[in-house]
Design a protein around this ligand. Structure first.
Ligand code: ZN
Length: 176
């Protein structure tokens, strides 16, 4: 069996096909929520850059949303534990800081879920310098009549807005 696996691996590498475990690992990683944005998983946020099979084990390439963020240590442990529970060991975590994480890596599904949790997702693209295009849309009622109350909301990456339509204050996740 081991022999067969090895043969499969080598054949897969030659053909550029990913072994099926890669898909399972991505699914495991999709279960890990971001501690600061519990509505989103680390894969929604685009923090997992790659999953690579090694001769012995797996390499997960990970980009923290903010370098020095206290969540980074927590997430590294969470990745190790989640994958170990699913039988994937050893796992080597490679931290990739270049290019730096950007809100552009958040997928459309992630933005929708942010909205549902009452946070306005980033508007515009940091890479195209169209970041934070006003007006910011209210995540509660969809109104464009909103005003900025404070540059910093519940965390540094968010700004605090208020909707003039439904009068709800809300966090806006700034483009970075
Ligand atoms: Zn509103």
């Amino acid at each position: 069996m081991v022999q067969q696996c090895n043969t499969f691996f080598r054949a897969g590498f030659r053909a550029g096909i990913q072994p099926p475990e890669i898909h399972q690992i991505w699914q495991c990683l999709h279960q890990i929520a971001d501690p600061e944005l519990p509505a989103l998983s680390i894969t929604d946020l685009g923090m997992i850059r790659a999953v690579t099979p090694l001769q012995n084990g797996w390499r997960v390439t990970f980009t923290p949303t903010y370098s020095g963020c206290p969540a980074t240590e927590y997430l590294i442990n969470a990745i190790q534990e989640t994958l170990a529970q699913a039988g994937f060991t050893p796992v080597y975590i490679e931290i990739s800081l270049t290019p730096a994480w950007t809100t552009d890596w958040m997928n459309a599904d992630a933005k929708q879920r942010l909205r549902e949790s009452g946070i306005a997702p980033p508007q515009g693209l940091a890479c195209e310098k169209t970041a934070d295009v006003e007006p910011i849309t209210c995540p509660c009622c969809g109104s464009h009549e909103t005003e900025k109350i404070s540059e910093f909301g519940s965390t540094a990456c968010k700004a605090l807005y208020r909707c003039q339509q439904c009068l709800e204050p809300f966090d806006y996740f700034k483009c970075i």
